[in-house]
Design a protein. Sequence first.
Length: 283
Amino acid sequence: MTETRHVPTGVQIPDEENPAKAKGQPGDWRDEKLGVKEKLLAAACWATGSAWLVPSTTLMTLAHYTVGSQAIDPFSRFFCRTLVATATWSKWEAHVHPEIREDEQYVFAQNHINHFDFVSMYPATKHFKQGIELESHFKYPVYGWFMKSRGTIPVPADRDKRLLAVEDGMRKEVEAGRSVLAFPEGTRTLSGRVGPFRSGIFVAARNLGLKVIPTAVTGMYDAMRKGSLAIRPFQKIEVWLEKPVDFAGVSDADLPAKIDEVRDAIVTRVDDYLDRQAAQKTR
């Protein structure tokens, strides 16, 4: 198992000590070469996924500006499930801890894998989950327009203003009865493992008196990884929503341990999956 560590915002550690970057770990497929068959399958996945993605996001963007994103949330969950199916040709399953309530707002803290992260976990519960995105990304065609129209919380370019801006955006979402989906690593994994967490989202959760749900997605790294456009179909994508961790009233001194509690729960699921997958390949 990878050792859990808490790294405050802005602190860098060497790549060889970062489980999300270090090479040679079980399950890391960065050095694997794809054959002709795998490349053709990947191209087919892109074709079927795009055939669903482009028209759906276009219509949803228009709907966001007319009836509102929350009004079409049931379709949003259907859209996400269908995109995972059409773009990765994979099975999908969610495991939700019994203490998670549909009438309560949370911060869902998820491991960061690839461009399908949002859609892979979104249908796991009926909560409307607002994302957090760099404001500069709203300029991207299709994707950026879609995220902006949905009301995604913008993260300003000025790092000194980010925490207050994100906390203010989260407060507005919670007051409107919505939850928040965040990726506390701040960058996608290269190895499939979970990297160090940044503390900003947890500071905001503490200040707003929110519970954080450790959210682990397994199988998605096998489908697509950072640095490659190849999609490897026929995986089993599983979403694990663990027991909520209450950040209300947590002191500055106790905050790192609480963050590690969230990360620990995610690491346990992800490492167990990757270790088992690697062991099966060596048999």
